[in-house]
Design a protein around this ligand. Structure first.
Ligand code: SF4
Ligand code: SF4
Length: 356
């Protein structure tokens, strides 16, 4: 494999060239945060650390228009009303620059929900096919990262179209899909020292350290399901703010609302969060997840029990762990205002639920 090269001082020009052919979403610094923004003149892509937000918004926007509708009265028969529906335009070819391998693996987990449950989500599918993920391999793990617990790693290729490796003077780019190859076609080959540095990185990738075996997590979770003392203890600090779910590359809950305006209107899909008390509040006033303990139990259970049960051994390697709906990106840990740590919860589940 001969890698292509993105020189650091040419990065903005390369991004500008991509932006002429694609809708480009690039990471930029805004205050303390790193967020994706549509490309604009004089923008400086920042690849120095993982974006604060996950990459899921490129495929599953925070708010999107599912359709617009118009009512028209039949002037010859006023008891009749016709309804005209218009779906959004086809998706533009898009490049998402600067996500991390944990985000790219999240793309696979969103596919499970939106494409592999029997009914395909057309909008998601169109966006998925039109989007190229250019990820940056991590040289080191932050203290909240645990991608290697859940089947990933700092150089995992799963879900990426291009993987960039930091080398002297820029990035060595490895194309992983045909779409990635097309994107890199016009770039120069990496110079010999960069190729050698890349070969050395591939031969001995960043060592993430030991990881606990989570294979027993689904059964241990079920053993603790009715132990509300355990869940009240785990959720005692939780504020139900939902930040953990909004930043998660694998969380996919949404709400659908209609916004009428006279004889027309639009139907919107908006992120929702199972950590909110309103999420399961029924019209009757009954709420099956009435407390924070119930809601945290659901969030953790979905990721480490219900998902592996619903998609049994989809990617299970011989002797390996089930697939969890968590890529170990650590964003929920980093952003939680009261330091709820999902690693600690899973650890406690295994310790307390795994015992006979
Ligand atoms: S649960 Fe937390 S660590 Fe796991 S993918 Fe979601 S945000 Fe990342
Ligand atoms: S970010 Fe923390 S406080 Fe907010 S809902 Fe999630 S666990 Fe609770």
């Amino acid at each position: 494999m001969v890698a292509k090269f993105l020189a650091t001082d040419a990065l903005a020009d390369i991004a500008a060239a991509w932006a002429r052919a694609y809708r480009l979403l690039a990471p930029v610094r805004e205050g303390q945060a790193v967020v994706y923004r549509p490309w604009a003149k004089d923008m400086h892509p920042f690849l120095g650390r993982p974006p604060t937000v996950s990459a899921k918004e490129a495929l599953f926007p925070q708010t999107e228009n599912l359709l617009t509708y118009t009512y028209r009265k039949d002037q010859n028969d006023l008891t009749r009303t016709e309804v005209f529906l218009a779906e959004p335009l086809p998706q533009e070819p898009t490049v998402l620059l600067g996500c991390r391998p944990c985000d790219a693996r999240g793309r696979k987990l969103l596919d499970r929900v939106f494409l592999e449950r029997g009914v395909k989500d057309n909008l998601y599918e169109a966006r998925r096919k039109a989007t190229i993920f250019v990820s940056v391999a991590c040289d080191r793990l932050e203290n909240t990262c645990f991608c290697h617990w859940t089947g990933g790693g700092p150089t995992s290729e799963e879900g990426s179209d291009v993987l960039l490796f930091t080398v002297a003077g820029g990035y060595a780019a490895k194309a992983l899909t045909e779409a990635g190859e097309r994107l890199l076609a016009a770039l120069p080959e990496a110079p010999a020292p960069a190729q050698e540095e890349l070969a050395a990185k591939l031969a001995s990738p960043a060592e993430p350290g030991p990881a606990p075996d989570l294979s027993a997590a689904p059964q241990a979770f079920l053993a603790l399901f009715d132990n509300m003392d355990f869940w009240m203890d785990q959720s005692a600090r939780c504020l139900s703010c939902g930040v953990c779910t909004y930043l998660c590359p694998a969380c996919s809950c949404f709400n659908i609302t209609d916004e009428p305006s006279g004889m027309k209107g639009k139907r919107l899909r908006t992120w929702d969060t199972c950590m909110s008390a309103l999420y399961t509040l029924e019209g009757s006033g009954h709420n099956p997840r009435v407390s924070r303990a119930h809601r945290l139990r659901n969030r953790v259970g979905h990721k480490f029990c219900y998902h592996p049960q619903e998609f049994p051994a989809m990617d299970k390697k011989p002797g390996g762990q089930p697939e969890f709906s968590c890529t170990g990106c650590g964003r929920c840990i980093k952003a939680c205002p009261v330091s709820v740590d999902i690693r600690r919860i899973v650890h406690d589940i295994l310790e307390k639920g795994g015992k006979p």
